[in-house]
Design a protein around this ligand. Structure first.
Ligand SMILES: CC(C)(COP(=O)(O)OP(=O)(O)OC[C@H]1O[C@@H](n2cnc3c(N)ncnc32)[C@H](O)[C@@H]1OP(=O)(O)O)[C@@H](O)C(=O)NCCC(=O)NCCS
Length: 134
């Protein structure tokens, strides 16, 4: 799993107990996951269909740096299924896990549309000349 996005937990992200507010974390995850799905399906019109059980494993506190990890576990006909883990970047302690996030590739009318993808693609697959470009 690649942990691309890092977040610095700030006062505005806290709940009244002084720990990271779950709603803020879920907003970050939904955005991170949809960007992952958009890139993998090569279509900016992708919608969240399902988020499975969310396990808040441990708390994060103000000043912590956390990182969001997402990876694809299944490519369907119109959907893609992702899995997610959030952890403390310094200690690597798990903060949250989500087993399944399902996103659906849609057409301009918002109807499910086949995406034709079957496996994870990487930057080097999408931009084969990137190293030559320097
Ligand atoms: C996403 C949406 C277009 C799908 O419509 P639908 O009538 O359920 O479409 P389908 O039954 O053809 O299913 C589409 C895909 O989703 C999958 N799916 C549908 N319901 C699912 C569920 N409960 N769990 C997991 N996957 C599901 C199907 O298996 C199918 O995947 P596949 O083609 O890879 O096999 C529709 O439900 C919708 O618009 N939902 C609102 C989305 C939204 O507003 N999200 C929040 C903001 S982004």
């Amino acid at each position: 799993m690649n942990f691309h996005t890092r977040k610095w937990v700030k006062p505005e992200d806290l709940n009244p107990n002084g720990t990271l507010f779950g709603g803020s974390l879920l907003k970050w995850i939904d955005e991170e996951a949809v960007i992952y799905a958009i890139v993998q399906l090569d279509n900016p019109k992708v919608v969240t269909k399902l988020i499975s059980e969310i396990n808040f494993v441990s708390s994060a506190r103000q000043g912590d740096i956390i990182e969001l990890g997402i990876t694809a576990t299944h490519f369907g006909r119109t959907s893609i299924t992702l899995t997610c883990e959030v952890r403390n970047m310094i200690t690597r302690k798990s903060i949250l896990t989500i087993d399944r996030l399902v996103f659906v590739n849609v057409d301009p009318q918002g109807n499910p549309h086949p995406h034709g993808k079957t496996a994870i693609s990487y930057i080097k697959d999408r931009f084969p000349n990137v190293e030559k470009l320097g």
